[in-house]
Design a protein around this ligand. Structure first.
Ligand code: AMP
Ligand code: ZN
Length: 460
């Protein structure tokens, strides 16, 4: 099956293929590790994961690189406020990101390089840009990219120069506007300042640190080559970050940097922006504390088409809970699934929807249509259907494990069953039944305690 995906660069749906005839090489801009990633960030990371899964399910081998941004204004400020070294501070948030990613069942990329681990590569690239007249050192000691010298600037975002100058976001303003030749120029190497503390690296232009954009150009080239198949991030990265990456990389190598650009629209809360100041910025922990699982969040994040903004609500998690429960039940109806599924059986249209511009909402519709038919008449289920269901669960990244029960010690089977029933009653918000079951458990000599993703049984 061919896999077609919208390309931000051309605005067209294009077929994905590996230019080297072998492996689809792709890069995803990773997290800035100065705090926990929020569920909006995870919309993008989950979609990138499904992208990879669908590529693999449709027969493409992949090589996946996702960086970690571990030096910028936010990480330096955060580490100084916490009284920690930059590496201790970012290590802790990097670990937290990896744990969350694991809970959300994201496949681990082949390489997860960090900006700090790749300073020489960035310096080398900046030196080439200077040599080619595409960069200059300003009187503040920082090195800037000379946007006017790169004729293709704006080809990804379609922005005109006037718009660029006024379209400043927080990161664009990192540099000192006064010293630049032109407002649109952006920083490649930031000269050291007092507030950077001990965080500085030597370079031919004096001590300092790389700018945010150059890290992704340098790391993607190092691990994927000068020219590779696909690059991805949330829509906020189209400009300036990805536009600047193109200018840096193509300015340096003279070759096409990336053929296919894949951008994910934002997750919104109740139709609006998520932000710290509005107090509506949720993390995976927040979701789990309300009694939902990471898989239920994953389901919600896949419920809308990636090119449309998605509005998050707690109700959507209830719907996800019911949908996953139904899928779990259907899986047990199917019995053992093949270990290396190939055939698609009746689930072929669901994978076809994913392979047509990652239409996750349509694919879920197709999936449940087939599930509904087979639930009504399980006798018609074939080996191909079992295989097809396994392929689809891989593509969506649903494991369909029972919500994890914590260790249950030596409790007898009947007590474990009561505790499981109580857990399910709680999931269904049937508090009366849950209380009733707790009383029965207590009467049997056991205490049931709620754990993060399940329950624990302790003798009274
Ligand atoms: P950051 O850690 O800020 O560099 O962001 C990590 C990823 O999350 C990037 O690909 C962003 O484009 C993406 N992102 C940020 N906010 C949202 C959001 N509300 N919805 C979806 N993706 C987002
Ligand atoms: Zn990036």
């Amino acid at each position: 099956m061919d896999f077609w995906l919208n390309n931000t660069l051309t605005g067209q749906k294009e077929r994905l293929y590996a230019a080297d005839g072998d492996t689809l090489r792709f890069y995803c801009c990773g997290p800035t590790v100065y705090g926990p990633a929020h569920i909006g960030n995870f919309r993008t990371f989950v979609l990138q994961d499904v992208f990879r899964r669908v590529a693999e399910a449709t027969g493409l081998a992949t090589r996946h690189v996702r960086n970690v941004t571990d030096v910028d204004d936010k990480t330096i400020r955060g580490s100084r406020e916490a009284g920690q070294s930059l590496s201790d501070f970012t290590d802790q948030w990097r670990k937290r990101f990896e744990d969350d990613a694991d809970a959300l069942n994201l496949l681990v990329p082949e390489v997860t390089p960090s900006a700090v681990e790749n300073i020489p590569e960035q310096i080398e690239m900046i030196a080439i840009l200077l040599e080619k007249g595409l960069a200059y050192q300003a009187k503040d000691g920082s090195v800037y990219y000379r946007v006017s010298a790169f004729k293709d600037y704006g080809k990804l975002s379609g922005l005109q120069r006037d718009a660029m100058e006024t379209n400043a976001d927080g990161r664009l303003n990192e540099e000192d506007e006064a010293v630049k030749e032109d407002q649109a120029d952006f920083v490649l190497w930031k000269a050291w300042k007092e507030e950077d503390g001990e965080n500085k690296w030597d370079s031919p232009w004096g001590p300092g640190r790389p700018g945010w954009h150059i890290e992704c150009s340098a790391m993607s080239t190092k691990y994927l080559g000068k020219s590779f198949d696909l690059h991805s991030g949330g829509v906020d990265l189209i400009f300036p970050h990805h536009e600047n990456e193109i200018a840096q990389s193509e300015g340096c190598t003279g070759e096409t940097f990336v053929r296919h650009w894949f951008h994910v629209a934002h997750l919104q809360i109740d139709g609006g922006k998520m932000s710290k100041s509005l107090g509506n910025l949720y993390t995976l922990d927040d979701v789990q504390e309300k009694g939902f699982t990471a898989e239920e969040l994953r389901y919600v994040l896949l419920s809308g088409h990636y090119r449309q903004p998605l509005s998050f609500s707690w109700d959507s998690l209830h719907a996800a809970q019911a949908a996953l429960k139904r899928l779990r039940k259907f899986k047990s109806l199917l019995g053992d699934l093949p270990k290396e599924p190939q055939a698609l059986g009746r689930f072929e249209p669901a994978l076809a929807a994913l392979a047509d511009d990652l239409n996750t909402s349509k694919a879920l519709g197709q999936l449940f249509a087939v599930v509904g038919d087979l639930e009504k008449d399980p006798s018609v289920i074939t080996e191909e259907d079992r295989s097809g269901f396994a392929v689809l669960m891989f593509a969506f990244g649903f494991e369909l494990l029972e919500p994890e029960a914590a260790p249950v010690g030596e409790a007898p089977e009947e007590v474990k069953t009561l505790a499981q029933q109580r857990w399910e009653a709680k999931q269904n918000k049937d508090w009366a039944a849950a209380d009733d079951l707790r009383d029965k458990i207590t009467a049997a000599g056991w205490t049931v305690k709620d754990a993060k993703d399940g329950f624990e049984l302790l003798p009274n």
